[in-house]
Design a protein around this ligand. Sequence first.
Ligand SMILES: NC(=O)c1ccc[n+]([C@@H]2O[C@H](COP(=O)([O-])OP(=O)(O)OC[C@H]3O[C@@H](n4cnc5c(N)ncnc54)[C@H](O)[C@@H]3O)[C@@H](O)[C@H]2O)c1
Length: 276
Amino acid sequence: MSDSVFPAGNLMKGKRGLVMGVANKNSIAWGIAQQLAAQGAELAFSYQGEELEKRVRPLVESLPGEPFMVTADVTDDASMDACFDTLKARWGKMDFLVHAIAFAGKDELQGSFTHNTTREGFKRAMDVSAFSFVDAAKRASALMPPREEGGGAMISMTYLGSERVVPNYNVMGVAKAALEACTRYIARDLGPLGIRVNAISAGPMRTLAMAGISGGRTLMKTGKEWSMLKEDTRMEGVAGAALYLLSDLGHSCTGEVLHVDAGFHAVAVPDLADED
Ligand SMILES: NC(=O)c1ccc[n+]([C@@H]2O[C@H](COP(=O)([O-])OP(=O)(O)OC[C@H]3O[C@@H](n4cnc5c(N)ncnc54)[C@H](O)[C@@H]3O)[C@@H](O)[C@H]2O)c1
């Protein structure tokens, strides 16, 4: 386990859930998974095809308990059917879902949003980064216990580029705005079933997805320098927020977008130079 995991506890004991989106040890989904496992959660991991299996398997096998892996490409209905069939066969029921998946083409993550966004690129970003949460939520909720037996909880991962313009984030910002709206609509539908649905808006973190964004290093630097805490967004903060939202600590919290970005989102103007 990494340094960013809090001391072991029982906050997730007896809960089972699917973590979607581990690609390597830097993935946000992996940071969250370690935190949940340290609190006693039983985990399943979906990964995007055989290419990633060799990187994800050693991570999963390092966890306590009996975590298992299942391949799932979120753009492929048959692959999603097979993933949730496996969960149903192994567990019967599940208690939580972590959605940490996004994609946009490299050409679209630079320069002019207006000129560089193609119809296909727009559809793909929306499909992988927003619709996939609607689809996974529908499938996962069907396996969650009734509210009198605890209901369930789900989270998606978003970024401030949904609310404000961030250079080069472009079509992904639009997809994240859709994802946040989807999170609220799903929360409304599943609320009566006792299922809470929230999003975490994390500040910039060094991951594969971040490497795809042109100017990512400047984004990281600005994220730190403009932040209220004057620090990078830390994995333990993001994973801690996930633990709060997915455990019983998060009772009564749903339809929320929780910013975990060292306070960056609330700053309009960075520090001013002294003037005479
Ligand atoms: N890194 C950041 O700065 C940051 C900040 C805020 C939000 N986020 C969000 O966090 C989430 C996780 O990203 P990350 O930064 O950990 O990067 P990552 O590259 O480690 O994770 C992205 C994941 O999406 C998966 N994915 C992409 N297309 C898929 C498909 N068709 N089917 C199944 N899986 C697919 C990849 O396999 C990968 O595991 C994303 O939603 C991202 O937008 C990241």
